[in-house]
Write a new protein. Structure first.
Length: 403
């Protein structure tokens, strides 16, 4: 595939494949795909391939056999009961917990780890709040690469930590938050110790574009009015916007949905900027929220995310931990879909925006739920109430049922 890596800020081309920021202005990098070979085609022409990340190989900057665990192809649930509860015309949930390691990160990692092999790398690494480390560890194992992950001490849900260790990564916890861990990984990468696969690597978001492609595919190319993302490091909402801009440039769609981001109240630098009408943001020091996957105070793709929101007429909002947990349990008990707290932030945000009148009740909305409920079992158990315990007799169990 033909592509160019450019600085998103100044537009300069960057040839060094091991750069993660522009050497001229330190701006973030982005991949520009040459899509000229797709002129005169349509999205329907892709459907001979199975639904999944590699159905969209024409839009991915990879020319070799991919390292794949059959990621993508995740369900898009029509949540009619939730729609009724919220009082909205249509509400779908894109359930990324059905990916191989239980989160959307697998979409970017299949591309990122394949790129690492193309470059001849032997060691890959990342900083993580949990899902990135789990995904990278699995794909590194598949590719036969060594894997190093840095996690903020005491800030990672047990389900995610267990995955990273299970797949054989060298797991190191550092005193500090995610932003501290990312700083160290950047320095290790610059020194040549590892190939960094955080979302500042411009190849990672390219795989994450496929989430938006799939939503449209699964809706038979009927565009929703709004796509709502939980926002932590902010690469996912940017990737979705980038994806649909590519389809729009080909004439495959005639408009873009409103891209809407939801942050946790204790970790909401972009929401604060949006409220002020700013296109840049100030980081939040010591971010805190029950939604560990979006507990990030200095989002690497923050400016890109704000552009996605502004350019499509979307909004940024934030929700409390209490609102997040309420939405998480409502989805589980109304629809039978189990998501981690960060995912539920998107749903909580929809309810808040509906109540404020920002989202119209006649809209067709898709919420991206990024991770599986079992990523964070401790939060679930802490909010489920106590287990019932009784004698092993029919009478005792009946009393417990009726209690």
């Amino acid at each position: 595939m033909k592509y160019t890596v450019r600085c998103w800020e100044c537009g300069r081309e960057v040839d060094d494949p091991f750069q993660y920021a522009c050497p001229h202005c330190q701006g973030s990098l982005s991949v520009e795909m040459d899509l000229s070979h797709l002129e005169g085609t349509s999205a329907h022409d892709l459907r001979s391939r199975p639904l999944g990340v590699w159905r969209y190989g024409h839009f991915l900057p990879i020319g070799s056999e991919p390292v794949t665990l059959q990621e993508g192809g995740t369900p898009l649930y029509n949540c009619r009961k939730m729609a009724g509860e919220y009082g909205i015309r249509s509400l779908h949930v894109k359930f990324e917990g059905a990916n191989p390691t239980g989160s959307f990160k697998d979409r970017g990692m299949t591309v990122g780890v394949t790129r690492a092999l193309e470059l001849g790398c032997k060691v890959v690494g990342c900083a993580s709040t949990g899902n990135t480390s789990a995904s990278l560890a699995a794909y590194a194992a598949k590719a036969g690469l060594k894997c190093v992950v840095l996690l903020p001490t005491g800030k990672v849900a047990l389900g995610k930590l267990a995955q990273a260790m299970f797949f054989g990564a060298k797991v190191i916890t550092v005193n500090g938050n995610f932003d501290d861990a990312l700083r160290v990984v950047r320095e290790l990468s610059q020194a040549g110790d590892l190939y960094m696969l955080n979302s500042v690597n411009p190849f990672r978001p390219e795989g994450q574009k496929t989430l938006a492609f799939e939503i449209l595919d699964q809706l038979d190319l009927r565009l929703p009015d709004r796509i709502v993302y939980p926002v932590g490091n902010a690469a996912n909402i940017w990737a979705g916007y980038k994806a649909l801009r590519e389809w729009h440039s080909l004439g495959w769609i005639d408009r873009l949905p409103m891209f809407t981001g939801v942050q946790a109240a204790g970790s909401a630098p972009l929401t604060r900027s949006f409220a002020l009408g700013d296109r840049d943001f100030r980081p939040v020091e010591d971010p805190e929220t029950i939604a560990t996957a979006i507990r990030i105070g200095n989002p690497a793709s923050g400016r890109k995310a704000l552009r996605a929101v502004y350019d499509t007429g979307g909004v940024m909002t934030s929700v409390t931990d209490e609102e997040i947990v309420e939405a998480q349990f409502l989805l589980g008990r109304k629809e039978g879909v189990g998501v981690e707290p960060a995912s539920a932030a998107a749903l909580a945000g929809v309810r808040k925006l509906l109540d404020e009148g920002t989202v119209d009740r006649d809209e067709r909305v898709v919420c991206v739920c990024t991770g599986h409920v079992l990523k964070d079992p401790d939060t679930v158990m802490a909010n489920c109430g106590k287990l019932l315990r009784t004698e092993a007799t029919v009478e005792a169990v009946r009393r417990a049922i009726d209690s």
